[in-house]
Design a protein around this ligand. Structure first.
Ligand code: CP
Ligand code: NVA
Length: 299
C-alpha cells in the first residue's frame, strides 16, 4: 500500500531512523560525487499555496540529483480546491506523476490530497505541521551531537506548525522537549495530550536552562501577517538573544527553520554566532527530503 508523509505521526520510530540512515548515505554520495539516480525518470508535482525558498529549491534540486524531475505549481497554477476539488486534483496527478509535495494553508487539504491520490503525498508545510522540517532538524542534531537520546531541546516562541511537529517527534522518539510560548499561543492541544516527553510553560528562561539545543521560529507564520504587529508585543520576552542563552548548556546549539526575522524572534548576533547551525540545518533539508522521497517510493 502506498504511504504518505503528511504528519510525523505517519511514521514509526524505526521508520524515522531508517530515513535518517538513508539521508546520511545520500548526503555522503552527493558529497563524494557518487551518482545516486534512485528516482530516475520519476516526476514530483510540487503544489505551493504559500511562498518558499528552502522547500521549493531542495525538493526540486533533490529530484534532479536523484535522476527525476519536479514540476512547480505555484499559487496561481493548480488552485486546488478552487478550480476543482482537492480529491479531483489528487486523482488527476496520480495518473501522471509519481509523487506529490504540497504546501498548503489548511492541513485538511494535504490530508484530502493524500486520501485521494494513489501515489505518495508529502506535506511541505501546513497550518498544523511542518514534518519535513522536523525530520531535517532531528537529523542535524544527530549529526552534531551523535544522538537525540540525551539532548534537551528548548523550543521558544509560537506554538505553531514547527512546534507541533516537534511535539509529535518527541512523542515517538522520546527526546526531552521544553516548550515556552506566551499564554494563548500554545501548540495544538491534541498533540500536547499525546505528548509524553514535552513540557509546556510560558517562561523562556526556565525552558532554556540546561538546554543543548535552543530552537525558535517566526512569531507570525505565513497566513498570520495581519497579526504580526500585535504578536511583536506579546512575544518580545521570547526573543532568543545572548542573555537568554546564558543558562543553556556550555555547548548549546541554536537552530531556526528559517526564514528568520532578525531583531524579532532571534538577534542578528545570535544567528551569526559560532553556536548557530542554521545553515547546516537548511542544507540538510535537501538530504532528508531526498531520503523521504526515495523511502516512500520503495513502499
Ligand atoms: N524552512 C522552510 O520551510 O523554508 P521555506 O519557507 O523557505 O520553504
Ligand atoms: N512557522 C513558519 C515556518 C516557515 C518555514 C510558517 O508557517 O510560516
Amino acid at each position: 500500500m502506498k504511504r504518505d508523509f503528511v504528519s510525523i505521526f505517519d511514521l514509526t520510530k524505526k521508520e524515522i531512523y531508517e530515513i535518517f540512515t538513508l539521508a546520511k548515505e545520500l548526503k555522503q554520495a552527493q558529497k563524494k560525487g557518487i551518482v545516486h539516480k534512485m528516482l530516475k525518470d520519476k516526476t514530483l508535482a510540487m503544489i505551493f499555496e504559500k511562498p518558499s525558498l528552502r522547500t521549493r529549491v531542495t525538493f526540486e534540486t533533490g529530484m534532479t540529483q536523484l535522476g527525476g524531475h519536479a514540476i512547480n505549481l505555484g499559487p496561481n497554477d493548480a488552485k486546488i480546491g478552487a478550480r476543482e476539488t482537492v480529491a479531483d486534483a489528487g486523482q488527476n496527478l496520480s495518473r501522471w506523476v509519481d509523487l506529490i509535495m504540497a504546501r498548503v494553508f489548511v492541513h485538511k487539504t494535504v490530508e484530502d490530497l493524500a486520501a485521494s491520490a494513489t501515489i505518495p503525498v508529502i506535506n511541505g508545510l501546513s497550518d498544523l505541521e511542518h514534518p519535513c522540517q522536523i525530520m531535517c532538524d532531528l537529523f542535524t542534531i544527530i549529526e552534531k551531537k551523535g544522538t537525540l537520546d540525551s539532548a534537551i531541546i528548548a523550543y521558544i516562541g509560537d506554538g505553531n506548525n514547527v512546534c507541533n511537529s516537534f511535539i509529535a517527534a518527541s512523542t515517538l522518539l522520546g527526546f526531552k522537549l521544553n516548550i515556552a510560548t506566551p499564554k494563548g499561543y500554545e501548540p495544538n492541544q491534541q498533540y500536547l495530550t499525546k505528548a509524553r516527553a514535552a513540557v509546556l510553560g510560558d517562561d523562556p528562561n526556565k525552558a532554556v536552562t540546561h538546554a543543548d539545543i535552543v530552537y525558535t521560529d517566526v512569531w507570525a507564520s505565513m497566513g498570520q501577517e495581519t497579526e504580526a504587529k500585535a504578536r511583536k508585543q506579546v512575544f518580545k520576552p521570547f526573543q532568543v538573544n545572548r542573555e537568554l542563552l546564558t543558562s543553556a548548556n556550555k555547548d548549546y546549539l541554536v537552530m531556526h527553520c528559517l526564514p528568520a526575522h532578525r531583531g524579532e524572534e532571534i538577534t542578528d548576533e545570535v544567528i551569526k554566532d559560532k553556536h548557530s547551525i542554521v545553515f547546516d540545518q537548511a542544507e540538510n533539508r535537501l538530504h532528508i527530503q531526498k531520503a523521504i522521497m526515495v523511502w516512500l517510493s520503495k513502499k
